[in-house]
Design a protein around this ligand. Structure first.
Ligand code: ADP
Ligand code: MG
Length: 375
């Protein structure tokens, strides 16, 4: 983290300046839109901000699925997106001003901060993973401009690209990485995020099946298909509470064409899923601890309450993942400090944060008394 803040290209973790130096206060007013372009869904949110008393006076949202061939695990997008979006809307005669383009982790941070002043970071565990946190501007050597009035700068870590030789990378991870669209990149993301967990499990099951008679004589077509086993499938198997693991049997048959498994085999499959998901959750908690340490909030300097807002389908829907993440975080920061470190689901997602940042950074300022002006 320090090396990335020191200079551009100083670390695999880019530690990008987001140029967001004021986070929402609750006083914002006007009509704003937040667009959230995720890895699997595109969500649009429309909010009427009513200022201090009213906060969010009105909201509407829509979501559409992104076609699979356009899906990508990484959350970064080209810088000309804002310009292209503005041009496209003008062409369609839509009178909306694009005020800010932010990343989903930054949006999650801003959205959660609107409701809770103690939020220090926004983190995504969805299709991909990323984190953003509030850094002191004077602790960013690569920042060359004037220090912002707030003294703060939100850093978009792009932490999915973290790598260390201490990461518990196995032959399955190495093969997945080598055959991926971005070999050598996003290694931490490939160990922790929703796009990949099911795929790692598939690779383990395939090797087991090819080297043993564990699944009997099966057609390997499905088991050999990349990304055929998805994280929601392994999550459903992992949470199977039926005594004879009926859901595991059903998923193995439907998804992978593995029928007639014994209970013992199904238990082994759950064990494999457990190992891979717990590894992901523990690495995720280690990432959060890194942020706390960087800010001196690991009990060393700053003992204030620290809230980390997390969004993403993995955190929201994969209960065993989120539970293990929380337990590991307590383990890492210690019992005493774990009382003041709070991990919570940012249930409104990053869209609301985008709308709020558009509001607090809008070049038009407030629209008090003119509800017809759209930005
Ligand atoms: P994005 O913002 O990238 O569109 P989301 O935050 O909605 O993505 O998360 C979608 C991801 O969450 C999916 O790719 C999947 O890996 C994971 N996911 C969705 N549902 C579940 C589930 N029930 N159990 C586990 N993981 C899930
Ligand atoms: Mg998302």
């Amino acid at each position: 983290m320090r090396a990335g803040l020191e200079k551009e290209g100083g670390s695999r973790v880019k530690m990008l300046l987001s140029y967001v130096d004021k986070l929402p206060t609750g006083r914002e007013e006007g009509l704003f839109y937040g667009l959230d372009l995720g890895g699997t869904n595109f969500r649009v949110l429309k909010v009427q901000l009513g200022g201090n008393d009213q906060r969010i006076a009105n909201r509407e949202s829509r979501a559409v699925a992104i076609p699979p061939h356009l899906m990508s695990g990484s959350s970064s997008v080209g810088e000309d997106v804002a310009v292209k979006l503005q041009t496209a809307m003008e062409k369609k005669g839509v009178d909306i001003h694009v005020a800010a383009l932010i990343n989903d982790a930054v949006g999650t941070l801003a959205g959660a901060r609107y409701y809770d002043k103690d939020v220090i970071a926004g983190v995504i565990f969805g299709t991909g993973t990323n984190a953003a946190y509030v850094e002191k501007a004077n602790a960013i050597p690569k920042w060359e401009g004037e220090l912002p009035e707030s003294g703060d700068m939100v850093i978009n870590m792009e932490w999915g690209n973290f790598y260390s030789c201490h990461l518990p990378v196995t032959e399955y991870d190495q093969a997945l990485d080598k055959e991926s669209l971005n070999p050598g990149e996003q290694i931490y993301e490939k160990l922790t995020s929703g796009m990949y967990l099911g795929e790692i499990v598939r690779r383990v099951l395939l090797k087991l099946s090819l080297q043993s008679a564990i699944f009997g004589e099966i057609d390997h077509t499905k088991l050999k298909t990349h990304f055929h086993l998805r994280t929601p499938h392994i999550s459903a198997m992992h949470h199977d509470e039926t005594p004879d693991l009926k859901i595991v049997a059903q998923k193995l048959e439907e998804t992978l064409g593995i029928a007639g498994t014994s209970l013992e085999t199904r238990e082994m499959v759950v064990k494999i899923i457990d190992i891979i998901t717990r590894r992901a959750a523990r690495l995720a908690a280690a990432g959060l601890t890194g942020i706390l340490k960087k800010l001196g909030r690991d009990g060393s300097i700053d003992k204030r309450r620290s809230v980390i807002a997390i969004d993403g389908g993995m955190f929201e829907h994969y209960a065993k993942f989120s539970k293990c993440l929380a337990t590991t975080l307590s383990e890492l920061v210690g019992e005493e400090l774990s009382k003041s470190v709070v991990v919570k689901h940012a249930d409104e997602g990053p869209g609301i944060g985008a709308a709020l940042i558009a509001a607090s950074h809008s070049q038009y300022g407030n629209v008090e008394g003119n509800p017809d002006v759209k930005y």
